[in-house]
Design a protein around this ligand. Structure first.
Ligand code: ARG
Length: 468
């Protein structure tokens, strides 16, 4: 079988290099080259630390730094040649560095690819979380702006997809703001969990050389709010642990789930049957066959992407659950799901924001649907409760009125007073006064409720939160 020349990781112990098939099978540079900026930052900090502790000279450090800057520039310019012979991002960069500066041979002192990749990924997670947080904040601003604009529009709230009780449309948007707001907090937690430096853990058992872990932690920004360095407390855990991967993917999957639920609402609302909303044309598609069609593809894809994001969580949990400590090569497979989760979450948030910003609401259709008097049946029961009737009896009495309206083929609020009084002897004379949509909502102004005052307060709270 054809073999290739020995790779950086093989050196002395091997007589032949890996087979071409093995190279193709085992390379990760095709996907981990995107870690180059973090890998170079990690190497620079490591070289600085080696000089600081006297393991290499200041000249050697400077030569290494200079070489790494050259490589960074080559990568940025698209001139860097990635090769699968060098397997992964770490060895590609090291091989090129060695060709540029002789001092590169000292860079891997007191370091292993195991703590190196763990460091790269922690830097990646901190950056990725910040980027997602920025997009989530933008989406929240759009949702809150929408809520402010749609404050006077009333829609039926649904349970079981059956009309239940009226709510303001703003309240509906703010429900999603709460979900995405929790997502924002979740990413801040993941960012904090990622914020520990594994450098110095070596392959699994640290090093005998006099390194300064706090130095590299500080140089790479692995610090707490006081600026104190944070170093991982156990070398075995540092190279074996993939919790942050799972947490990050889970946070992404929840964003996907929330985006999917908004999308499902919008898909329904934009049907002829509902007619509450029209989706922005730029985020819909036509049919190749039916000329009249305008399909909600962006929203459908948002729903579909949620499945993909959930799959990544399952993949990562399955990948790690049976692994003995510490590093096993299986773990190389941890990166594609994480990168995809990041890319898809970012674009989903961008698309959802654009859809929300361009959505046109049909207030008259919403109001017509919300004006179904059955939506205020519970308010009528509440009126009976206020006149002293136990709720269960009130529920039963109003149920009888709903049934009467159905058998008589008239709306609940159109039942003649005498017939209603006959069915519910203790019905107050002013019973029809509950059937006023706006005054009904005005009674729901307790905190967290859909009344106009409560919703206005919620909007103010959100605006204050988001202006920080
Ligand atoms: N490309 C490898 C990965 O992503 C880097 C770590 C390699 N370590 C090793 N012991 N082979 O997992």
């Amino acid at each position: 079988m054809a073999t290739t020349s020995k790779s950086t990781s093989q050196s002395g112990r091997f007589t032949t290099g890996p087979s071409a098939l093995m190279l193709r099978f085992s390379e990760s540079v095709s996907f981990d080259s995107r870690l180059a900026v973090y890998d170079i930052a990690g190497s620079k900090a490591h070289a600085a630390m080696l000089a600081h502790t006297g393991i290499i000279t200041a000249e050697e450090r400077d030569a290494i730094h200079c070489g790494l800057d050259t490589i960074l520039a080559e990568i940025a310019a698209g001139n860097f040649i990635w090769s699968i012979e060098q397997e992964d991002v770490h060895m590609n960069i090291e091989a090129r560095l060695t060709a540029l500066v002789p001092a590169a041979a000292k860079l891997h002192t007191a370091r292993s690819r195991n703590d190196q990749v763990a460091t790269d990924m922690r830097l990646f997670f901190k950056d990725a979380c910040s980027q997602i947080e920025t997009r989530l904040t933008a989406l929240l601003r759009t949702l809150v702006a929408r809520a402010e604009k749609d404050q006077s529009i009333i829609i039926p709230g649904y349970t079981h997809l059956q009309r239940a009780q009226p709510v303001s449309l703003a309240h509906h948007w703010l429900a999603y703001a709460e979900m995405f707001g929790r997502d924002l907090e979740r990413f801040a937690v993941v960012r904090d969990h990622a914020n520990w430096s594994p450098l110095g853990s070596g392959a699994l058992a640290g090093t005998t050389l006099p390194i300064d872990r706090e130095f590299t932690a500080k140089a790479l920004g692995f610090v707490d709010v006081q600026g104190c360095p944070r170093v991982t407390p156990n070398s075995l855990d540092a190279v074996a642990d993939r919790d942050t991967f799972v947490e990050f993917a889970t946070a992404c999957a929840l964003v996907g789930t929330h985006a999917s639920r908004v999308s499902e609402d919008l898909i329904l609302w934009s049907t002829a049957e509902f007619g509450f909303a029209t989706l922005p044309e730029a985020f819909t598609t036509g049919s190749s066959l039916m000329p009249q069609k305008k399909n909600p593809d962006a929203c459908e894809l948002l729903r579909g992407k949620a499945a993909r994001l959930q799959g990544h969580v399952t993949m990562l949990l399955t990948l790690t659950k049976g692994l003995p400590l510490t590093y096993n090569r299986d773990l190389q497979e941890d990166k594609p799901p994480v990168f995809d989760a990041f890319d898809q979450t970012l674009i989903c948030l961008e698309v959802l924001e654009a859809v929300m910003a361009g959505l046109v609401i049909h207030a008259t259709r919403c109001e017509a649907a919300a004006s179904d008097p059955n939506l205020l049946a519970t308010d009528l029961a509440d009126l009976l409760v206020q006149s002293g009737m136990p709720f269960r009896d009130a529920h039963h009495a109003v149920g009888a009125l709903v049934k009467l309206s159905e058998t008589q083929g008239c709306a609940l609020d159109a039942i003649p007073d005498d017939a209603a009084q006959l069915a519910v002897p203790r019905l107050p004379a002013n019973w029809k006064s509950v059937f006023n949509l706006r005054s009904a909502l005005a009674k729901r102004n307790n905190s967290g409720m859909p009344g106009p005052k409560a919703v206005a307060d919620a909007i103010l709270r959100w605006k204050a939160n988001l202006s920080e």
